[in-house]
Design a protein around this ligand. Structure first.
Ligand SMILES: Cc1cc2nc3c(=O)[nH]c(=O)nc-3n(C[C@H](O)[C@H](O)[C@H](O)COP(=O)(O)OP(=O)(O)OC[C@H]3O[C@@H](n4cnc5c(N)ncnc54)[C@H](O)[C@@H]3O)c2cc1C
Length: 462
């Protein structure tokens, strides 16, 4: 089979990229290994994620689906003695700031809607697993070998592959890209489930709105989230260092049940009874960076090349925005306008990397200096922080802003971008001189073992 554009992965990154490609006059094929709907984590959207959906003409659909409306995020400090709030915002064409709203989503439904919508608009959906990358001797990608659900195998020749495989990082695992490094938060483990009957805010708009995201800070690297995903159910997750989990020698569910309420006193107040509507899921080692994630014939999108830390809900924003940025470049590439360059997507790679560097500086400062961070949010750089929290992180969105530069100063970090047009982060643990290469499948506890299942590692049940 010969096609122009193959998208590996039918998550929101792949579906959004497909819809933007269709607008460019390109009909992509999306290859998805799982039957939808399927459970997935990542339920809170930023202001800019909502703007992407509105640009795709999906705003009304999101409302019809009765996705909860998010007005902002409140972060509770240790012991819940103080808290700060950031509202969801938007910028118009004249860069005027206004209050806005976004959505919280149940991912099984949201992802299924996005994939269906891409199909309805003309994308072809193929059920199957990408198993192998087919490369030319010069390293350019010429296609992908796939396996269909009935076991049949086929080599597909394609001009461009968009890797939207999420935490599976397909092209990085196939060594088509540069190396994959452990990220700064690689020793964290997230435990999460859906909870019935939790106590939400009492209002309908603004700070008190019932469907806002709540973040609970305990101490460095210990935190929890509270994200309403429908009228009755709230996604509640807890993140702790892996070492803490290993010490307790408990199953993930035992650990979740016993530790959740010790994160912050606001949690037992919000969840008087832990009534689970979903099993307890686990994701370890979610923090990594893949270098050289674009090249002749391929672009990695979103989680398939980098993920830092989920604390401020940037994942969907980044993956959908990168899909939007990639679409016109893919068209130019197919028209032969970018063909002669060694890496036709180098400028895109650099722009994406710089954007995520900004996120990383913001998240690192939150963990390293939470008090300074909250002061910046409260008073010193309120407007700029509102932009960053909304996911306006790219150069054309006036980044790095003075607040971002202050973060770097406090972190004693400079960002230099080398002659190969590539980001060399200074001070992060994933820097090649300091960070270990990615090691999948490290056993963590007793009779349980890590297993690879599509979107990253899960703890096998015993
Ligand atoms: C603990 C945690 C909490 C998070 N919370 C949030 C949040 O609140 N808000 C937010 O925006 N983000 C959050 N994220 C991040 C979010 O989950 C991801 O950024 C987002 O799902 C990425 O979307 P995607 O489409 O790029 O990848 P995915 O949603 O992971 O989709 C990838 C798809 O590719 C398919 N696939 C993979 N490999 C293959 C293959 N070889 N062949 C065929 N198909 C394949 C998979 O089946 C999957 O459907 C969180 C992440 C973690 C770890």
């Amino acid at each position: 089979m010969k096609i122009d554009v193959l998208i590996i992965g039918g998550g929101p990154g792949g579906s959004a990229a497909a819809m933007f490609l269709l607008r460019e006059g390109i009909t992509p094929v999306i290859l998805e290994q799982e039957e939808f709907p399927r459970f997935h984590i990542g339920e809170s959207l930023t202001g800019e994620a909502a703007q992407v959906l509105r640009r795709l003409g999906l705003g009304e659909k999101m409302d019809e689906m009765a996705n909860p409306i998010k007005h902002g995020v409140r972060v509770y400090g240790t012991n819940a003695t103080n808290s700060w709030y950031v509202k969801v915002s938007a910028r118009d064409q004249n860069w005027m700031l206004s209050e806005s709203t976004t959505w919280q989503v149940r991912r099984s439904e949201f992802d299924a809607m996005m994939l269906k919508e891409a199909e309805t608009r003309g994308a072809k959906i193929m059920r199957g697993v990408a198993t192998r990358a087919l490369q030319n001797p010069d390293g350019s990608l010429r296609g992908i070998a796939i396996r269909y659900p009935d076991g049949r195998e086929e080599e597909i020749e394609t001009k461009v592959v968009l890797d939207c495989s999420g935490q599976s990082t397909f092209l990085a695992n196939q060594k088509v890209t540069g190396p994959k490094y452990m990220g700064s938060y690689d020793k964290q483990v997230a435990f999460f489930s859906h909870v019935r009957g939790a106590t939400r805010g009492s209002g309908t708009t603004g700070e008190m709105a019932k469907d806002n995201t709540l973040i609970f800070y305990a101490k460095k690297f210990h935190w929890a989230w509270f994200i309403p995903i429908d009228k009755d159910v709230v996604s509640v997750g807890m993140v702790t260092p892996r070492a803490n989990f290993l010490e307790k020698k408990q199953t993930p569910e035992e650990y979740y049940r016993s530790e959740l309420f010790s994160i912050n006193p606001e949690l037992p107040r919000r969840i008087p009874k832990l009534d689970l509507a979903e099993k307890v899921h686990v994701i370890p080692n979610y923090s990594y960076q893949v270098r050289g994630f674009c090249g002749k014939g391929y672009i990695c999108i979103g989680d398939s090349h980098r993920f830092i830390d989920p604390i401020f809900s940037f994942g969907l924003t980044v993956t959908m925005r990168e899909g939007e940025f990639a679409a016109p470049l893919v068209r130019q590439y197919l028209e032969g306008k970018l063909d002669n360059q060694e890496n036709p997507f180098a400028a895109h790679q650099m722009a994406c990397e710089k954007g995520i560097d900004n996120l990383e500086d913001m998240i690192d400062l939150f963990w390293e200096q939470p008090f300074a961070f909250s002061t910046f949010v409260h008073s010193r750089y309120t407007e700029q922080m509102t932009d960053a929290f909304a996911g306006r992180i790219y150069e054309f969105e006036h980044q790095p802003s003075p607040s971002m530069l202050s973060f770097r100063k406090l972190l004693k970090r400079t960002r230099e971008y080398d002659a190969d047009d590539y980001s060399i982060p200074i001070g992060s643990r994933y820097h090649p001189e300091r960070a270990p290469l990615w090691e999948p499948d490290s056993p963590v506890a007793g009779t349980e073992k890590w297993i690879g299942r599509g979107r990253g590692m899960k703890l096998a049940e015993t």
